[in-house]
Structures are given as structure tokens and as C-alpha cells.
Design a binder for this molecule. Sequence first.
Ligand SMILES: Cc1cc2nc3c(=O)[nH]c(=O)nc-3n(C[C@H](O)[C@H](O)[C@H](O)COP(=O)(O)OP(=O)(O)OC[C@H]3O[C@@H](n4cnc5c(N)ncnc54)[C@H](O)[C@@H]3O)c2cc1C
Ligand code: FES
Length: 283
Amino acid sequence: MTARVLAPFGARTTNVVARRETGGYVVFTALDADGPDPAPGQFYMLRSEGWGSQGGRPFLPRAFSVAAAERTADGVRLEFLVEAVGPGTSILASLGAGAELTITGPLGRPFSEPDEVNPGAPGAIMVGGGIGVAPIAILRRHLTEQGIPGRTLLGFRDEAHSGGLELFGACQEVGLAFEDGHRGHQGYVTDLLQVALKGDDAAAAAVYACGPPVMLEAVRAICAERGAQAELAMEAPMACGYGACFGCAVPLAEGGYMRLCVDGPVVRADAIETALVAGSGHR
Ligand SMILES: Cc1cc2nc3c(=O)[nH]c(=O)nc-3n(C[C@H](O)[C@H](O)[C@H](O)COP(=O)(O)OP(=O)(O)OC[C@H]3O[C@@H](n4cnc5c(N)ncnc54)[C@H](O)[C@@H]3O)c2cc1C
Ligand code: FES
């Protein structure tokens, strides 16, 4: 497993240094002067100025995957891709340069390397859906830097519910699917995965996925049918982000539960009972 990077104790105050709109989403960049470089798949608990301003909401910090991280002389620049769906995400999506942002992280278990997901895997097949493209972007960059070949498949509902494509650069093949068909394949990104896993070498594949629960459940089913191994970056409602509240419990295939914030958010597809976790948000 890629080493889990441990968060420094407590929350840190950072500043937003850049913001840009990308399709229907927003990317904002925070400069973390004191924190370590995160591993792909890890997340941060975020809150900012304006927190609690909407009738007391949002009360708790919110969880966000890191989409890109770059070490500079002043600290690590962290990029987050946000879709405004409620009070917390709306505040974060509106933050401009100079805004104060409080972060805890990096948290959770990162993605494994392809040969740890499936020994002998020739590379990676990465599948992102909607705002779930965020951790796939940093994973893709990490694998590219190591010279590990990868195929990236991204799916969105429509133009308004898409964005972040520029996080993927141009150095690897990117397959696109839009449900409304205005660009790329008309249909689901899992249609592209079905095609990618056709053939005799499917059982050697290392698949990585992040997206809405129905997409992740479809990825699980396709990989199980083809004998491919997969890791999923999942969502669950998170109150603390570090194992204290049990709000993020996900049922395990062998019985019992894991706390997604410390035992995930990256999980082996065959370790969980289902990816259809109630209250995880994304449709
Ligand atoms: C590990 C992890 C990583 C995450 N990474 C990202 C990320 O990179 N970018 C990102 O934008 N979000 C990400 N999320 C989801 C994000 O944390 C939630 O969208 C956020 O908590 C919503 O907070 P809110 O205050 O805006 O809305 P809430 O008050 O929590 O919810 C408002 C309403 O929106 C619904 N809702 C909540 N979340 C979503 C959602 N994601 N999509 C659609 N409807 C939703 C709720 O059911 C509710 O009806 C991640 C979650 C986890 C657990
Ligand atoms: S969010 Fe509190 S235990 Fe996971």
C-alpha cells in the first residue's frame, strides 16, 4: 500500500491563493505552509470564513479529496475540486484569493500502487464520475510521474455537472462519456470500462474508481464479473474525519463495519458489502 501520510495534530489555518471555475465546478487552491505532501486518495476536513453563517449551517467541517498537490518553497499547494450542493460546498466554492481556510489532514488511506491492487498488473485503469474525478486526477499524475501506464475514463451527467478536465493534462489517453451525449460517448462511463475490460487480460487489470455510489456499485459488479481487482474511493457522511464519531460506517463483505475515514476512503472493491452507502450525497 502507498504509505498513508499522517496529518499533523490539530487543524491548521491556511489561505486560499487561487480560484477558478471549471465547467459547473470550482477549483480552489490553498497554500499549506506546515503540512506534509498528501498521498493520492487522501482527503482533508475543511471549513472557512463564513462557516455557520447560513442559519447556523454548516456546523461541522466537510470532507474533500485532494485533486492536486504541488510542493513549493512556501509550502504545499493543495487543489480542491468542489461542486456546490449545500451550505458548506457553496461557501467553499465562493472563496476568493486571500480567504482563510482551516484544514485538517491529510486523512485516510490512499490508493495502492497497481501491482499491489493486482500483482503483475501492466498499468492502471482509472474511472472517475462527476465530482469523483478529483482523487483520480492526483492518482493519474502520481502514476504518470512514475512512468506507470494508465488509461483514464471520465463520465459526467451533462455540461453543468462536469469539470476539472484540465487537471488531467494531455499526457495520457482520456476517454469521455456524457449522459446527454454532447461530447464523447453518450452514456455511462461504466460502458467505457466494459469495453476496456474486454479480452483475456481483464483478470490482470488494476482498476481505480471514484464517483457516485451507483457508479461504484456498477464498477464493482463489472470487475467481479471480469475477474479484475479494483480499489474504490468512497464517500460517507463524515462528522469528525479521524475515527471518533462512527458516522462513516460502511458494511464489510465478511460482516461488521469499517470507519471509512480511517480504514478508507479508499477500499478494496471486494472488501465491502455494497458501495450503495446511504447519505453519501452524490447521485
Ligand atoms: C472522503 C470524501 C471526499 C470528498 N471529496 C469531495 C470533493 O473532492 N469535492 C466535492 O465537491 N465533494 C466531496 N465530498 C463530498 C462533500 O464532503 C459533500 O458534498 C459535502 O459534505 C456537502 O456539504 P454541504 O454543507 O455543502 O451540504 P450538506 O448540508 O451536507 O447537504 C446538503 C444537501 O445536499 C446533498 N448532498 C450532500 N453531499 C452531496 C453531494 N456530494 N452531491 C450531491 N448532493 C449532496 C445532501 O443529501 C443534502 O440534501 C467528499 C466526501 C467525502 C466523504
Ligand atoms: S467521520 Fe467520524 S469516525 Fe469517521
